[in-house]
Every structure is written in C-alpha cells, then in structure tokens.
Write a protein that binds this ligand. Structure first.
Ligand code: ASP
Length: 317
C-alpha cells in the first residue's frame, strides 16, 4: 500500500507505520545494491594498473591471506566502493555504508584508509606522507594498529592474478566443474505424432566452465533445435559455437526440403562433411517416421523408439 501525503506536515502516524513496515521489509536489498556498486567498479580504471573491482577483489584476498576476520575481509572488499560515486570522498562513502554492519574499528579502518596509504604516494603531489598522524588522537591503539595493517599489508601489493589462487577455492572450483560435468549434460528429444506434427526440444547446462553469459546453440532455433512439419525435427549436442555457425539443424532440414535428401543423407552430410570430427551429433526424426542418430564424436548417449516396436539405447557406434 502506498501512502499519499505530499507534505511532511500532513503525514499521519498510520502512514509512517506503512513506510516503516515497507522499509524494513525491503532492507534486504542492501546487499544487492552494494554488490551492484561493487560490480560497477569494473568500469573504473582512472590510470591504475587494474580496474577498481579487481583492486577490491585483490585487497580482500590479501586481507583473507593475512588471516583477517570476516568483517575486515568484507570491508576490504568494499573499501573503494565509494569510487562508484565520487573519488575525493570515497573512503567516507564506503565507511558509512559499512558502518551499521561492522564493528567500530573496521569502520574507522576504512574511513582513514586513504590517509594511511598516503605514506606511499601523497608526497608525489606535494601532500604530507605522514597524513595518518592527524588521526593519531582520534584512534585507539587497537584501531590504529588495524588501520596500519590494512594500509601497509593488505592494500599495497600488485601481483599477478595467479597469486590469488587459494587452495580451498581452487578445490571448490574443481568440484564445481566435476559436478557440472555430472549434472548438466545436454538432453534432447524429437518426436512425430500421429497427426504428422514434428517437435524438437533441447536442454543443456552448456559447456563445462563456459564463460558466464555464453549463449550456446540449444536455444537458437535452427542451430541446436529445429522442427518443421515439411521435413524433420532435430536436436543437437556438441560444441554449440560450431552448430550455430553452420545452422546445423536448419541445414539438415533444408537439404531435405530443397535438395530432396532423406533425413539420414542430410544428417550424414552436415555432421560428417560440414562439421569437424569431434564437434558432436544430432538426433532426428523425419515426417515419414524415419530416425537418424548421427554423430562424429566418440560416442553419443541416444535412444530411439517407434510404433513398429523399435526400442534401442546406445552410447558408442
Ligand atoms: N551444445 C551445448 C552447448 O554448446 C552443449 C552440449 O551439447 O553438451 O551449449
């Protein structure tokens, strides 16, 4: 329910009750917003050797490696998010965003981080390399030690990305790859019904360790999936990029439609003559009910059944 007042002095307790409840309910968006700000740093380089997102990720990794606790690691990850809005006052922006969620010394560590780092570069533009000293009285000795550790140990190094491979994360990644191989194989189906309708469907987890956002051939009609009542239904598996490049499923259908080939001939032509060995294969059924299971990979898990009693399951040739 939305409230309707247009002037603060006309608002009622009931309306503020609604605003309070709604704001509380939506508080969980904070994490998404912060992650969004963090992601937006990938666009900001400003003359540094890496973009600011990479820098934040590296800083958080250095903090984790230095044995920092979770709040410090999160703060390290977010320490430059203020740059998404404004560079000169970025430490305070980040510190205030983190403040309700971290202990005071972590908040202060972020608040003063630029002046602490100044030791390493303020002199280059006439600033005071000891700018950190002006915070001496504001910080307790524990806060000082943490701010110093952060600026001097966690935030200065620039190293090749391989440095950030941690055994635990590498293991998790390998596990994920194995799981992906196990759980996410491509499944395709083609069918002809008694009314002469042909249908094809394909589902996949894509290729192992694919780039995020990659689009394979499966959802591209004409590449990995295609059905046409005049010719055939095709579902493909293999290197999606090749199937897209050669519009494999549609090509098979076209060879039948315009070239008069049978499904088997058309599928053989495309899989064995256009694609490269190892690229993959297709299952297909034609409008006359004939079935083709053609591949140039080592094997292809496949099955076929028809109304005359054919029922088979195979992996290899
Ligand atoms: N063709 C799928 C793709 O490239 C993968 C597969 O068939 O296993 O996304």
């Amino acid at each position: 329910m939305a409230t309707t007042f247009t002037r603060m002095d006309e608002s009622t307790a009931e309306q503020w009750g609604v605003i309070g409840t709604e704001s509380f309910k939506n508080q969980s968006r904070v994490a998404d917003r912060v992650l969004g700000m963090l992601e937006s740093l990938s666009d900001i380089v400003d003359g540094f050797a890496t973009d600011q997102l990479t820098h934040c990720l590296q800083t958080a990794t250095l903090a984790e490696r230095a044995g920092a606790d979770e709040e410090v690691v999160v703060a390290a990850l977010c320490h430059d998010i203020g740059k998404a809005v404004s560079v000169p006052n970025h430490p305070r922006i980040a510190a205030e965003i983190l403040r309700p969620y971290v202990r005071d010394e972590v908040y202060k560590m972020i608040l003063v981080h630029q002046d602490f780092q100044g030791r390493h570069y303020y002199a280059h533009f006439g600033g005071d390399p000891d700018a950190r000293e002006k915070h001496r009285d504001e910080l307790t000795s524990d806060e000082w030690t943490l701010a110093e550790k952060f600026a001097d140990e966690m935030k200065v190094e620039r190293v090749p990305n391989s440095y950030f491979d941690t055994p635990k994360r590498r293991e998790q990644w390998q596990e994920a790859i194995k799981k992906e191989q196990k759980d996410k194989d491509t499944v395709g189906a083609v069918a002809l019904d008694v009314h002469g309708n042909l249908a094809a469907a394909t589902s996949t987890g894509g290729l192992t360790n694919k780039r995020f956002g990659r689009l394979g051939d499966v959802p591209v009609i004409g590449a990995g999936t295609y059905a046409n009542n005049k010719t055939c239904a095709i579902s493909a598996t293999g290197y999606g990029e090749e199937f897209i490049k050669h519009t494999v499923a549609h090509d098979i259908s076209s060879l039948m439609e315009y070239g008069g080939l049978t499904l088997q001939q058309a599928a053989d032509r495309v899989i064995h003559q256009k694609l490269k060995p190892g690229d993959g294969g297709v299952i297909g059924v034609a409008r006359d009910g004939s079935i083709a299971l053609v591949f140039n990979s080592e094997g292809m898990y496949r099955g076929a059944a028809d109304s005359s009693g054919r029922f088979e399951v195979k992996i290899w040739e």
